[in-house]
Design a binder for this molecule. Structure first.
Ligand SMILES: [Zn+2]
Length: 291
């Protein structure tokens, strides 16, 4: 775990610096894109990074736990503020009172806020001035005079952070892996589809009940095998269907039957719904069932 977390932290830091450089040099700010009041820029930023990291966890066969969710959330929000601080750190005001990022003139922290009389620290710059405000400096008495609206700015920042949070939450909520993880051998289990049938009619209910019922019986392997034989490919035109998968570990012979609901959306894409049931089967049946 630690190495991949360090990687995530570095990844976020590098991207934050790159985005800050782009903003300072080209004036292009990813976080300034809004769809009405929804910060679409923040949302995309959070989505791309969290999806990338999530897929990496899957690829490296690391079980996706809440810890990774919170870690991703933490580093993405931290890097967002880190980027703002990086910009503040590089902000100078030259003798014509124009902001620059090349160290011309004096650093912004040497100017003061006209309203409070205090020197401009990161939070003043960020919340009070970054979208307008008034600051005065020691340079010949010249000063900035732009509209100040700290409340509006603060609300936008809250929206930005919320959008980052939503994007990470969606990534972790939506994309649950359809297969189980073997805690003992530290890898994802293999998967084998054993049945598929439409959901919704009485027959599907009957099969699901029959599976459930047979699990408690002595001869459950035979019963299960019979159900599988009959329902291997009973898929017609319903927008909802059920898939039964064996999840098994080749190393320790752990075996599960996982029954998952799938939905076909308006665009015709298959989407994984909830896991309907999950049964642990006896290890001794592993060789009998997996062929
Ligand atoms: Zn195992």
């Amino acid at each position: 775990m630690p190495i991949i977390v360090i990687f995530l932290a570095l990844l976020n830091a590098v991207i934050a610096v790159i985005l800050a450089q782009i903003k300072m040099n080209l004036g292009f700010d990813v976080f300034s894109f809004y769809l009405f009041v929804f910060p679409i820029g923040s949302y995309l930023y959070g989505s791309i990074i969290s999806k990338f990291f999530y897929n990496l966890l899957l690829k490296k066969e690391i079980p996706i736990t809440k810890i990774y969710y919170f870690t991703t959330l933490f580093f993405i929000i931290l890097s967002y503020f880190g980027m703002q601080y990086y910009i503040y750190y590089n902000t100078y005001v030259d003798y014509s009172m124009t902001i620059n990022y090349i160290g011309d003139g004096i650093h912004i922290s040497e100017l003061y806020d006209k309203t409070t009389g205090n020197y401009i620290n990161f939070f003043d710059y960020y919340f009070r001035l970054s979208s307008g405000g008034e600051m005065y400096g020691m340079i010949g008495g010249n000063g900035f005079a732009t509209e100040i609206n700290p409340l509006y700015n603060l609300i936008l920042e809250i929206f930005n952070v919320l959008a980052l949070g939503i994007s990470v939450t969606f990534t972790y909520k939506k994309k649950k892996p359809p297969f189980k993880y073997c805690e003992k051998c530290n890898h994802y289990m293999n998967e084998k589809q054993v049945f598929i049938f439409d959901l919704g009619d009485n027959y599907s209910k009957y099969i699901l009940e029959k599976i459930d019922e047979s699990m408690g019986k002595e001869d459950r392997v035979d019963r299960l095998r019979e159900i599988i034989n009959v329902n291997q490919e009973l898929r017609d035109s319903s927008n909802e269907f059920v898939v039964g998968n064996f999840n098994y570990c080749n190393e320790c012979d752990q075996l599960y039957l996982v029954i998952i609901k799938y939905i076909i959306d308006e665009r015709g894409n298959e989407k994984m719904g909830k896991i309907i049931k999950e049964y642990e089967l006896d290890k001794s049946y592993f060789r009998l069932i997996i062929r």
